[in-house]
Design a binder for this molecule. Structure first.
Ligand code: NAD
Ligand code: DAU
Length: 379
């Protein structure tokens, strides 16, 4: 009945839910199986609009459950995997590195081994199959900030073509850089990337890895900078800025990441790595000021009235100074470009969080977990 069946792991999380939505809507001829353990970060409310579609199925499962995952692949005749399931928050990894090694390294290994076992049992073996692993730019470590006041970037994309389009150094993360992770999170993602490449080089598995910069947009868990700060500004709570707020991140609207994943899943070259980013560098403190102005304006407060919420706190341990992705390979080879200017993306994002306070309250209180736990307890 379906032309192909794809497992998307971590589909109930922030980026995963956007990828699931895009694939379910765009490819009615594909069956999309969302495999998610529903940790604190997984929330099926993120997918209410597509949960009844005939080409969508949710399976509550841990990627570390080798037997369960293998059985699911056999039952569903899976020919593609897009792997997003992970522990994703740097601050949590500093407190609890074991969970990160378990999910991100062992979980990815288990998923690779299950896919290998299933696909090798078929007459056509790896022919027409694809294991696509979603990783992060943090594996490359941190870039220097050689130009703290900013310089003209070497390249402009739609994301960076608004008011702000500075680069804070002349070096960027390119695909050929060596890995130099600093946090337990990025070390665990680096470990998983190495296993994915090893499965290609050793067994001939058809793998692809992409490394993306910071995503922002609807459905991001409010422990990450942008949704946490929007919510705090709304409720006039302090904004805990790590260090001096000078760290630089390269921001990409989440739907543009999902669009890149679609293009790379279908047209990317096996065994290749692609970097995904918007050439859109911002110092944290500058983004925070934009968030304050935007929330204030949308709530009818005088713009900037809440600047006094900015509270400088102890820096994150091992805090990476600057991330900046060079995504020219992806743009040149596969024709992907961000579709949204950063100013538009931030406006949409702030509006979404202000309009969806019930979603924010639900995930902040943990109510959603009680509901879905009782629903899936015995499955
Ligand atoms: P997230 O924390 O919002 O979601 C992670 C999802 O994975 C959740 O639904 C969770 O329930 C699920 N999960 C966790 N452990 C699992 C397990 N053992 N088995 C099955 N499911 C499990 O994460 P996100 O921000 O959407 O990130 C998704 C992926 O993209 C991650 O691999 C992350 O490293 C990568 N990434 C994220 C960003 C970003 O800015 N958020 C940027 C680049 C790459
Ligand atoms: O670069 C891609 C990565 O981006 C992803 O791989 C990660 O999964 C994702 O969480 C994100 O990591 P960061 O650590 O960059 O994101 P976070 O939103 O936690 O922090 C963004 C910046 O803001 C960072 O420099 C730390 C700072 N920060 C964050 C929080 C939560 C603060 O100053 N205060 C805060 O309270």
């Amino acid at each position: 009945m379906f032309d192909r069946t794809i497992i998307i792991t971590g589909g109930a999380g922030f980026i995963g839910s956007h990828v699931v939505r895009l694939f379910v809507n765009k490819y009615p001829n594909y069956k999309i199986v969302n495999l998610d353990k529903l940790t604190y970060a997984g929330n099926l409310d993120n997918l209410k609009d597509i949960e009844d579609k005939p080409n969508y199925k949710f399976v509550k499962m841990d990627i570390c459950d080798f037997e369960g995952v293998l059985k699911l692949m056999q039952q569903e005749h899976v020919d593609g995997i897009i792997h997003l399931a992970a522990e994703s928050h740097v601050d949590r990894s500093i407190k609890d590195p074991f969970t990160f090694a378990q999910t991100n390294v062992m979980g990815t290994l288990s998923l690779l081994q299950a896919a290998k076992t299933y696909w090798e049992s078929l007459p056509e073996k790896f022919e027409g199959k694809r294991f696509y692993h979603i990783s992060t730019d943090e594996v490359y470590g941190a870039l220097q900030m050689t130009h703290p006041e900013g310089i003209e970037p070497p390249f402009t994309t739609k994301a960076s073509s608004g008011k702000h389009h500075l680069a804070y150094g002349e070096k960027f993360f390119t695909e050929d850089l060596k890995y130099q992770p600093h946090s337990p999170y990025s070390a665990s993602k680096a470990g998983s990337d190495h296993f994915v490449r090893a499965f290609h080089d050793t067994y001939g598995m058809p793998t692809i890895v992409t490394n993306c910069s910071n995503n922002y947009g609807p459905y991001q868990f409010p422990e990450k900078l942008i949704p946490l700060f929007i919510n705090n500004i709304r409720h006039r709570k302090p904004l805990p800025v790590y260090g001096k707020g000078e760290n630089v991140r390269d921001w990409l609207y989440v739907v543009d990441h999902a669009r890149a994943i679609d293009i790379i899943f279908h047209k990317g070259t096996i065994a290749e790595t692609y970097n995904i980013g918007g050439f859109n560098e911002w110092k944290n403190i500058d983004i925070i000021k934009v968030l304050i102005n935007t929330v204030d304006r949308l709530l009818g407060r005088p713009e900037g009235a809440d600047m006094d919420l900015i509270t400088y706190v102890t820096d994150r341990a091992g805090h990476d100074l600057r991330y900046a992705i060079d995504s020219t390979k992806l743009q040149r080879e596969l024709g992907w470009e961000p579709s949204l200017q950063f100013e538009e993306g931030i406006e949409k994002t702030v509006k979404w969080y202000l309009d969806n306070q019930a979603w924010v309250d639900n995930v902040t209180s943990g109510e959603y977990q009680k509901y879905y736990d009782s629903m899936y307890r015995n499955r």
